[in-house]
Design a protein around this ligand. Structure first.
Ligand SMILES: Nc1ncnc2c1ncn2[C@@H]1O[C@H](COP(=O)(O)OP(=O)(O)OP(=O)(O)O)[C@@H](O)[C@H]1O
Length: 267
C-alpha cells in the first residue's frame, strides 16, 4: 500500500476560530477512513483543504508527494447531497459526461470513446436504466449513484465523500456505501468518507478520524469508538454501546438529533 494523502502538523480555522490542529494523517491506496465528529468540527473543511479550496493555518497537505492544489483530477469528490432542482435540464448521462470532460476545454474527446466511457461509468454504478431521465426526477439515492460515477470519471487515486448517505433510506445507504467500497477495491482508491453515523459503513471502515473540541483521535473503530475515548475527546460523559453489530453513541453534547441519529436513539 502506498500513501496517497499526507497531512502533517495540520491546523485549520476561519478568522479567529480554530477548528483543529496538530493533525497527522496518512491515507493509503485502498484504505477507507471514516471522518466523524461534532457538527461544525471541521469535517467538510478538511475535504476542502484536500481539494485545495481552503488553505491550512499551518502544517502541510500533500497528495502523491506534492502540495494539494485546486482542480487536481486525480481526486474524486462526491459533494454533500443536494437534490437537483426542477427545471435543470441535466440528465444523469450529462452529469457523468461532465466528469469525463473535466476541464479539458477546447480539447475535444472523440465522441465514440466519450460515449463508451460514460456508458461504462453508468454501468459500474448500476444507473443505466435512468441515464436519460432528468436529474430532478430521480430519487436521492439514484442521484447519489450518478455523483459517484461522475467522481470516478477521471480515474482518481483518492475519493472524498461528504455525507453521501445523508437523507437516504437504509437500503439506499447500503447501496451507496457498497458502491464506494466496490470502487475503492476495484481501483485501489484511498477514501475519506465523512459521515455522522458510522453504522452503515462499519464493516468497510479501516480507520476512523474522530474530530471534536479542536482535537481528534485516529484508529480502528474498536480503538476510537469507545466510552473512554469519546468521553475524553468531548470532555463529557459519553457512552458507547455495541448492540447487534451496531455502535450506539449516547450523551454527545450539543448534537442535533437530525444530524446524529444514533445519539437520538438513546435520548
Ligand atoms: N469559508 C468559510 N469561512 C468561514 N467559516 C467557515 C467557512 N467554511 C466553514 N466555516 C465554518 O467552520 C466550521 C466547520 O465547518 P464544516 O462544514 O467543516 O463542519 P462539519 O464538521 O463538516 O459540520 P457538519 O457536521 O455540521 O456538516 C463551521 O462553523 C462553519 O461555519
Amino acid at each position: 500500500m502506498s500513501v496517497v494523502l499526507r497531512l502533517e502538523r495540520a491546523a485549520l480555522g476561519f478568522g479567529a476560530r480554530r477548528l483543529w490542529e496538530g493533525l497527522d494523517l496518512e491515507v493509503s491506496s485502498g484504505e477507507l477512513i471514516a471522518v466523524l465528529g461534532a457538527n461544525g468540527s471541521g469535517k467538510s473543511s478538511l475535504l476542502k483543504v484536500v481539494l485545495g479550496q481552503v488553505p491550512l493555518w499551518s502544517g502541510s497537505a500533500t497528495f502523491l508527494g506534492t502540495p494539494v492544489r485546486r482542480g487536481d483530477r486525480r481526486i474524486g469528490y462526491v459533494p454533500q447531497q443536494r437534490l437537483a432542482e426542477d427545471g435543470v435540464p441535466l440528465r444523469g448521462r450529462d452529469l457523468v459526461a461532465l466528469g469525463v470532460d473535466g476541464h479539458r476545454w477546447g480539447v475535444p474527446i472523440p465522441s465514440r470513446a466519450r460515449r463508451q466511457r460514460v456508458n461504462q461509468l453508468l454501468s459500474s454504478v448500476g444507473a443505466e436504466a435512468y441515464a436519460s431521465t432528468p436529474l430532478s426526477s430521480l430519487s436521492g439515492g439514484e442521484q447519489q449513484r450518478l455523483r459517484i460515477a461522475q467522481a470516478l470519471a477521471a480515474d482518481p487515486r483518492l475519493l472524498l465523500c461528504d455525507e453521501p448517505l445523508l437523507s437516504l433510506d437504509l437500503p439506499h445507504q447500503r447501496l451507496v456505501s457498497d458502491l464506494v467500497d466496490d470502487a475503492r477495491r476495484r481501483l485501489d482508491l484511498g477514501v475519506l468518507f465523512v459521515t455522522h453515523d458510522i453504522n452503515p459503513i462499519l464493516d468497510k471502515v479501516d480507520r476512523v478520524l474522530y474530530i471534536a473540541n479542536h482535537r481528534f483521535r485516529i484508529g480502528t473503530p474498536d480503538e476510537v469508538m469507545t466510552t473512554d475515548v469519546l468521553s475524553e475527546l468531548f470532555d463529557a460523559p459519553v457512552e458507547v454501546i455495541r448492540h447487534n453489530g451496531r455502535i450506539l453513541v449516547a450523551g454527545v453534547p450539543d448534537q442535533d438529533p437530525y444530524h446524529h441519529p444514533e445519539a437520538a436513539v438513546l435520548r
